[in-house]
Every structure is written in C-alpha cells, then in structure tokens.
Design a protein. Structure first.
Lengths: 160, 362
C-alpha cells in the first residue's frame, strides 16, 4: 500500500508562479531542495590594481533611490538529481526591477505574472515593455541539478 | 498639494501591484515601510513536480531627509514703512511627514540683481502662511514653525520687517533657513532631527535617519538645513520742477502780442518730471501767487502736458477748494488765498506733468 502524502505549498499568494501540480515527495525540513533568499547592497571599493571591486553586503541604510540586490541560492540536498528546476520571485512592491546583478544570468521577466520571456522581447499594449513594468522574474535551470548541486541567481532593484 | 504615499495595501510581496501607480514622487517610499521578499523554486524528481519556498528576506526603508527653500524674490518697499512682507517656499522632500524649524536672518552680502546689502530691516519676524492664500494676514498667519508638512508638499513662509527711515540706503538682503524636525504630533514643534550615526550597527528591522539635502549658499550639504535669500529694495524717484510764465492777453493788444501791463492775464506753468528709477507717488506742486498779481479764481488745471516748459494741453480743471469731485478726477488742486497747490497721485518714471494757473497783473 502506497501512502500518499499531500504536500501543501506555502505562500499561497505565489501559487500563480509555480506549477499547480502537487507531488508525492515527502520532504523533511532541511532536506530536499532548499532556497535561500537574501537582500544585499553593492559596495564599491578600489582594488589594489586600480580597478573597482564590487562586493555585496547585507542591506542597511536603504533609502528611496537606492539599489538592492536579491540573491536567491538553491541547493539540491536529495540523493538523486532533479530536473526542470525553475526559480521564481515576484518583484516586491515599492521596488523597480533594474536587471540581473553582476555575474548572474538574466532572468525571464513577466509584466502580468503568468507569461515569462526575456525583457527585450516583451511587449505591453503593443509597446516594448519597460523595466519598471516587470512584476516577476524567473530562471529556468537547463538540464538537471545533480545531487548536492547548487547555484544562485541575483537581480537588482531600486527603491521607489 | 500632491498626495502622500499610500503604504497600507502594498506591504505584502504579492504580484498585485496594480495599486502602486509607479509615479516618480521625489520623496519616494514612506520611511518605515517594511519590504519583504519570498522566492520559490519548482522542480521535478522521479516524475513528480514539487514546489518549495525560500525564507522571507526583509528590509525597512529608512528616512531620507531632504528639503528645499526657495526665494529669489525682490520686494519693492519704501523708507519708514512697517510690516513689509517677503515670501519664501519651503518644500519637504523627505519620505515622511516632518516639522521644520524656521529662522530668519539679516545677511550682509551681495547678490546679483538686487546688489549689495546696505541696510538692515528692523524687527525681522517669520510667519507661516497657514491658510495657504499667499497673503500675509497678521491675525491668521501666526505660526513660527512649519507643522506636519507632508512629503512632496510646499508651504509659503513670510518674513516681515520694518524699513528704517534712512535716506540713501536701498537694499536689504534677508535669508530664511529651515531645519528638519520630527513630525508626528500636530501643533507641536518636533525635536531637531539627528542623522543615525554610521557607527551604529544597522538592523534590517529598524528605521534609520539619513540626511540627503544638497548644499547651497551658506548652506552645507547633508545637514537637514536649507536656506534661501530675498531682498527688500527701496525704490527712489528723482523729481524736479520747472516754472515758466507767459502773457495771454492785455487790455490794449488783446491776444496779439500782449504785454505784461496792468490788467494783463498771465499764465504760470509748473512742470514736474520724474527721472526714476522709482515711481513717484503723492506728488504735490505748490507755488505762491507772485506779488503784484491777482489769482484768477478756478483757473487752475493739473495733470496737463507741456512742451518746452509751456503748458500746451490742460489737465483736469480744479476749483479753488480742497473738496469735491474735481479732487479725484485723476488729479487734485486748490488755492488757499496765497498758494496754489496741485496734487498728482502717481508720476511714472520718465514722465512729466504740468499744473497751470492764471493771474491778472495788478
């Protein structure tokens, strides 16, 4: 007899972004695939070779007009590989999407929460979509993520 | 008045962003607003699809203090006048409601256009235009600090002073400085705002205070203070007078080449001219009727136009008393038995007007 466990997803508000199907896998806390979200700010410092080094530090003293970076890191703690991984994030209210952070691939974006595409190909009411119309971002991981595999995506947003 | 930032419906990190207009208010997101963000990941393993949420990453929007004070107004005034008003605008660009301390100052510097400051206004006071009508009203505009000024909102502030009676001085430069103070309690002047020390460790859940105001004349950047300058300018007018006389008629020659013999009618023409730079007001011309002549009653006319010193086109006819409609039909005039008087209310810059009266030679 196979015991069927129904997994409830948290954050019902975000359900529109995630596929609707609910799976069988029972996940213990800390096992399975974990996702860690942090909000950071860029700090520029002069490196010894004359170039400017950009480091990320936890966000503090954030005022309107400042830029923050959201870094979303995933890790596969399962014993087997996973496929078709999609990392999604709605752009919070009071923030304007500005683009991928340095070193991160560009996400697909959405202006309506359901249809995702690269920003350059999106249109809103017949006109090219602007960055401030982006309401959600997502990254599709190509292929599979091996057991123990990890990665991260980051994007910049400015405070309105 | 622009609207305050609406915060209530927008705190959850959902996709329902329709309520946020996205318009670029200078002040921005209200200080103290908490912005949470939660991501999610979906994947397939063993043929089944699962979704997992991240933690909620949160930060609090800090208070960004910014303001502008705008002046640059030249107020025309006159010596010896009291309660002369000059106006400034104070604009709150902070992302929160603030009070502002207001301080008026005399300045002894030189600004292009008004020129160099050479006198001080007496009894300089500051009042807020509480009913926002742009006019200083002594009984209504009594507040001396700006109370609960909303983001992206301006208020008019008046400086009121008395002009001393010292001829020869013409420019007084005054300044208004406004300093950000705590808002939150109506009708109470809040404490001066202090920027959160950089040495204090930041917590993502507390709201810090950051000063972001720009520098100006006698105004440092990032100190929560803005300053602007206005000028009081005393307008002067250089008025001069000339007098001519001509014979109109005599009993012998009548109107043909008349001579100034007993019985002749003579006309005196007084011309006043204003060389500026200011408009002359309440100009009064007086002249004693010369001995040996008798004033012809009701022969006075004021406000006419002359040429070469002679009165050519008459102004308004004046009777000899100081009452009646003739006193206010543009110009006034009278004769008190010995002295003729003409009254011109306003003499613009670069103009000349005449007063003429006739006498008979005794």
């Amino acid at each position: 007899m196979i015991k069927v466990l129904h997994l409830l997803t948290g954050g019902a508000v975000l359900a529109a972004l995630a596929p609707a199907a609910i799976g069988y896998a029972a996940q213990a806390k800390g096992a399975g695939v974990t996702l860690t979200n942090s909000v950071l700010v860029q700090q520029k410092s002069a490196a010894s070779d004359g170039t400017t080094r950009v480091t990320l530090a936890p966000a503090k003293r954030v005022v309107p007009g400042d830029r923050v970076v959201f870094r979303i890191a995933y890790k596969n703690n399962l014993a087997q590989p996973v496929t078709g991984m999609v990392v999604s994030n709605p752009v919070p209210a009071n923030l304007t999407y500005r683009g991928p952070a340095e070193g991160s691939p560009a996400p697909e974006v959405s202006t309506d929460g359901t249809h995702f595409a690269p920003l350059a190909t999106l249109t809103v009411a017949g006109r090219p979509a602007q960055a401030d119309q982006v309401r959600a971002v997502r990254w599709q991981v190509r292929g599979s993520v091996l057991a123990g595999g990890a990665g991260q995506y980051s994007y910049e947003a400015s405070v309105k | 008045m622009r609207n305050n930032v609406v915060k209530a419906a927008l705190l959850c990190g959902s996709v329902t962003l329709a309520a946020w207009s996205g318009s670029a208010h200078a002040a921005g997101t209200e200080a103290g607003t908490s912005i949470p963000n939660q991501a999610s990941v979906s994947y397939a393993v063993g043929g089944t699809t699962t979704s997992v949420d991240s933690n909620v990453a949160t930060f609090v929007v800090d208070k960004k203090v910014n303001l502008t004070v705008t002046g640059g107004v030249i107020t025309q005034t006159a010596i010896g006048s009291n309660d002369q008003v000059t106006a400034f605008q104070v604009t709150n660009l902070t992302n929160a409601v603030q009070d502002f301390h207001l301080t008026p100052d005399q300045q002894s510097l030189s600004i292009p256009i008004p020129g160099a400051d050479n006198f001080d206004v007496a009894n300089l006071r500051v009042f807020v235009d509480v009913n926002g009508n742009g006019t200083y009203e002594a009984g209504i505009d009594t507040a001396t600090y700006t109370d609960e000024l909303r983001p992206d909102t301006s208020v008019t502030v008046f400086l009121v002073g008395n002009i001393p009676n010292v001829p020869g001085e013409d420019v007084a430069i005054v300044s208004l400085s406004a300093q950000a103070a705590a808002g939150g309690q109506a009708n109470t002047e809040g404490a001066t705002l202090v920027a959160t020390s950089l040495l204090q460790a930041d917590s993502p859940s507390t709201m810090d205070v950051v000063f972001a105001d720009a520098a100006g004349t006698f105004d440092l950047a990032r100190d929560g203070i803005g300053r602007a300058f206005n000028a009081y300018k005393i307008g002067t007018a250089a008025v001069s007078m000339t007098k001519t006389a001509r014979v109109i008629s005599d009993p012998v020659n009548l109107l043909v080449n008349p001579r100034a013999i007993p019985g002749a009618v003579m006309e005196y023409c007084l011309t006043v001219s204003n060389a500026g730079p200011g408009v002359a007001t309440a100009v009064s011309i007086t002249d004693r009727v010369p001995t040996g002549t008798t004033y012809i009653p009701n022969s006075l006319s004021v406000g006419g136009v002359g040429s070469g010193g002679q009165c050519v086109l008459n102004g308004t006819t004046e009777d000899d008393d100081t009452t009646g409609a003739d006193e206010t039909d543009l110009y006034g005039g009278s004769f008190n038995g010995t002295t003729v008087r003409g009254d011109i209310p306003t003499l613009p810059v670069g103009t000349s007007l005449t007063a003429a009266f006739r006498v008979t030679v005794n």
